[in-house]
Design a protein around this ligand. Structure first.
Ligand code: DX5
Ligand code: ZN
Length: 212
């Protein structure tokens, strides 16, 4: 299992040290939550702060956009060269066009699904995606409780991926900790995002190891 600590729960007053710490302790990616105060009821960080995190990171960035006007934010963050750039299907009228644009920018395209969104919404996009991000909480905040129906959605998505594009990864985001990691592995998740569980742990290495 690949592990992507979400810096949403990091100490932003010491962001560079926080990013360096999780990279040194075994993170595979650094997960960055970009929120605009419109698509979700919270506001986070822009390219200047993400650039500071990128400078401190020796692991690739995984940028999760939770915004309206996705094409604008794709162009804004593309110069930071993240490994993955995810946008929400609920907010995009022309997802295939945006996937193509992200790929042309040299970034691996991903689509995120809110807890209520059926995996069938993206069946005909899977062939062009490198990753699907399944939200297992309502997007906007760290430290929320895992929504159990995400497990069934992973299994159903796995079936569609096997049919359409077996190389496409499944990332799960929200409420992940040692209590649900075995079920996530069994269901078929490839990457887990964890914020509160890792950054709130007294022993962050043990927390990352317990998910890997
Ligand atoms: C929520 C974000 C998550 C969040 C996860 O909208 O997308 O990445 O930081 O945090 P935890 O692991 O605390 O639920
Ligand atoms: Zn996220």
């Amino acid at each position: 299992m690949l592990v992507a600590p979400s810096i949403l729960s990091a100490d932003f007053g010491a962001l560079a040290e926080e990013v360096k710490s999780v990279c040194a302790l075994g993170a595979d990616y650094v997960h960055i939550d970009v929120m605009d105060g419109h698509f979700v009821p919270n506001l986070t960080i822009g390219p200047a702060v993400v650039a500071a995190a990128a400078k401190a990171a020796d692991k690739p960035l995984d940028i999760h956009l939770m915004v309206e006007n996705n094409p604008f934010f794709v162009e804004l963050f593309a110069p930071l060269k993240p490994e993955f750039l995810s946008f929400h299907i609920e907010e995009e009228k022309h997802p295939h066009r945006l996937i193509t644009r992200i790929r042309d920018l040299g970034i691996r395209p991903a689509i995120a699904l809110n807890p209520h969104t059926n995996e069938s919404e993206i069946e005909y996009l899977l062939g062009d995606l490198d990753m699907v991000l399944l939200m297992s909480v309502n997007p906007g905040f760290g430290g929320q409780r895992f929504i159990l129906s995400a497990l069934e959605k992973i299994r159903r998505l796995k079936y569609l991926i096997a049919k359409r594009n077996p190389k496409c990864l499944i990332e799960v985001d929200g409420g992940i900790c040692a209590d649900n990691i075995a079920a996530l592995k069994e269901a078929g998740a490839d990457i887990v995002v964890a914020g509160a569980y890792i950054f709130g742990a007294a022993d962050r290495k043990a927390a990352i190891d317990s998910l890997a």
